[in-house]
Design a protein around this ligand. Sequence first.
Ligand SMILES: NC(=O)c1ccc[n+]([C@@H]2O[C@H](COP(=O)([O-])OP(=O)(O)OC[C@H]3O[C@@H](n4cnc5c(N)ncnc54)[C@H](O)[C@@H]3O)[C@@H](O)[C@H]2O)c1
Length: 442
Amino acid sequence: MTSQEFKNKLQARTARVGLIGLGYVGLPLALLFNEQRFPVTGFDIDKKKVDTLNSGGSYIYRIPSTEIDVARQGGFSATADFARLRDMDAIVICVPTPLNEYHEPDLSYIVSTAESIAPHLRAGQLIILESTTYPGTTEEVLVPILEKGNPSGLKATRAKEGGAFYVAFSPEREDPGNQTVARRDIPKVVGGLDPCASELAAGLYGSVFNRVVLVSTPAAAEMTKLLENIYRCVNIALVNELKLLSLRMGINIWEVIEAASTKPFGFQAFYPGPGLGGHCIPIDPFYLSWKAKAFDFHTRFIELAGEVNLQMPYHVVASVGAALNERRKTINGSKVLVLGVAYKKDIDDLRESPSLTIIELLQQQGAQVSYHDPYFKFVGRGRKYDLQMECASLDNLGQYDCVLIVTDHSDYDYPRIVRESQLVVDTRNATKGISSRNLVRC
Ligand SMILES: NC(=O)c1ccc[n+]([C@@H]2O[C@H](COP(=O)([O-])OP(=O)(O)OC[C@H]3O[C@@H](n4cnc5c(N)ncnc54)[C@H](O)[C@@H]3O)[C@@H](O)[C@H]2O)c1
């Protein structure tokens, strides 16, 4: 297929779009393409997810099954059969990019995805990587696997060489739980391997997003995503450090942030918390610091921010200990209820959640820990935790020596929680405006 034929297919909405990795990023994106009347197929190695979607169900809280039903009526289906990739015109990769146990990039998901695309690659296809990763991944990791692994010896298009398939990188910039910005209104940054790949990728995204921002290379697009997340990570660390200082000085940091936010320029508010969570901010910066080492470069801001942010769950546990101590109690033997295990409010995502670390630290110190979260009936085992706990009831708050607010879900009735608890430790300023001798903000 020539690039002109590809453009014609985009215009006619007949370009077949394959999404690989139907998680928090891939599934909503698949639905967005489907909404814009593209024929969409979702690919995932998780057979359970594929079956759930094909029977009209959903496994992501904020995507109701009615949306899946509508999408299926519009032609959406899911499959674990990667041979069907051959039928796709555009393939978008949204697989995980975690860190390994040594805190280094784990590209195994991207590698195995590339290996499953390669045998089915055909001329004219557009392959886009959306997984967050270090600059260079698209050109140095993805493209060589696609080129070596395809039986017809197809090459990717590059500025001077000519080639048969197109490759681009476009970062996902979604903000889970954010109801104010529609997905289509988040500008889509795109960097292709050559101008033609950029143009096709821009055309594809331009059909569903309101604005496309072209950068000159995939590496620039990869770096754009990392800059955004490092910016957040560093600023959160800064405000976390200033919170620790403010606590010592008897200043309310929340009041300070609110006052500083009235400045109409030059200040953007970031908020302190119990530690970083989610699949992005605690992880992505370390993709860059790892890559930087190959250039004899030490990314000091990233390391320092990581150091400060990693200490926050320990600070929370120390604050619980101090608050109990004031009441002549110890963590050892106390009953503690942790409110919220999701890594941020109003979402059903546990990944890297500071609550999990806090629960483990409290248990190690002998507390009897329970948790409540409207989004999780049960917390089992993940990459870094093994809790096997069931969601407690909120009926008898008075039985706990301490109720610890870690995630400030909107559903909670904070005045009631403060009124009925012996002691509340609040890590999020969720109890703003409430004053009580039972309340400690940390
Ligand atoms: N979740 C977010 O808010 C967010 C925001 C921006 C960027 N990102 C980035 O997007 C990427 C995906 O994140 P996510 O949150 O959607 O992850 P996720 O874990 O929710 O989903 C990933 C999906 O990929 C599937 N998968 C794994 N290996 C596969 C393979 N070889 N072939 C096919 N499917 C495979 C998994 O089964 C899973 O369904 C990551 O790089 C992440 O950093 C995530």
